[in-house]
Write a protein that binds this ligand. Sequence first.
Ligand SMILES: Cc1cc2nc3c(=O)[nH]c(=O)nc-3n(C[C@H](O)[C@H](O)[C@H](O)COP(=O)(O)O)c2cc1C
Length: 376
Amino acid sequence: MTVAKLFTPFEIRNVRFPNRIVVSPMCQYQATDGLVQDWHRAHHARFALSGVGGAVIEATGVVAEGRITPGCLGLWHDGQIAGMAEITRLYRTHGIPSGIQLAHAGRKASAALPWDGAGPLAASGSPQAWQTVAPSATAPAEGWPVPHELTQSEIADLVEAFAAAARRAVTSGFDFVEIHGAHGYLIHSFFSPLANSRTDAYGGSFEGRSRFALEVTEAVRAAIPAGMPMFWRVSAVDHDPSGVQIEDTVRLAQRLKAAGADVIDVSTGGISGPIARSGPPQFPGHQVPYAARIRREADIATMAVGMIMEPALAEKILEDGDADLVALGRELLADPAFAYRAARELGVPAAESILPQPFAFHLARREQALARLRTG
Ligand SMILES: Cc1cc2nc3c(=O)[nH]c(=O)nc-3n(C[C@H](O)[C@H](O)[C@H](O)COP(=O)(O)O)c2cc1C
């Protein structure tokens, strides 16, 4: 019997993912002062009990001003570690590696919650608004405030903030970290010529535009144990002829690998506004060709993401060698039992055994009862 690749383990550095289904990072906008709340515990408990192979916790501000919204999580001070440690414990108890997405939202920070329109807080005169920062003093879109152009010493402070947050992530018990280098946030905005018009060492050429990304990567690699994997989310393309092209991202991935990144998590878009409202239409697996190209040409493991909703598609992505892992976002919100469904549909023997025993025991009995019904 052929074993579904989706349910084979994935090992990287000292971490073993029991299968290839990963919870994609998803902001919940439910934090207070960057702190974990009951919502986050409940949200992650659903996945910790679901038989997934790994989970990436939402974009987490490495400084308070790096949050997308006032409801985003943070790891900019030690008081935020205890809440994170509760989340890592939930996953660890069930043998699921958890990671955290370390982020700075740059010129797209200080935004309203999605269901309040996701626009700039400053535009509505909200007292919660704060000054945004970016490589250049260019607003991300019409109606957004012009960000403060970072000085080189402020850039150095932010590199250190990423490293300090990574150290807190290690203390919190995370098994891996992910750098958020996508979606128009600070790191991506340095890399994209659409957002970076600097004339110093952090702008201009490919070398200049990738400098911040590489400095963050090297600083985080030095801050975490050698056995801890580092994931790195890219926006592989800007969907704009003047922006980031896949060739640029392949080249970046080669450099990231040399700087200590292990898995490229391949998303796209977002440089000048919400991803869902820009770029070509999305369809199941729409970003997979980028993951495939980065995997082949930069010789690095990749994680594919984007409307992967069917087990057969997830399996095909792995079988075709387009990615090593698949990340699911909204499908897991809709169906936290996706991994069990996938195991059954892909013919994994004793599919329920991917679940914790209190579920698996009874689901095995249900399978037997169903089998009896089928055979009369
Ligand atoms: C509620 C929600 C929150 C998200 N938050 C993040 C985030 O914190 N970091 C990130 O890189 N992507 C974020 N994303 C994007 C997802 O990780 C994923 O890439 C995207 O939803 C496409 O995958 P899907 O079609 O399986 O949902 C978010 C998506 C959703 C729906």
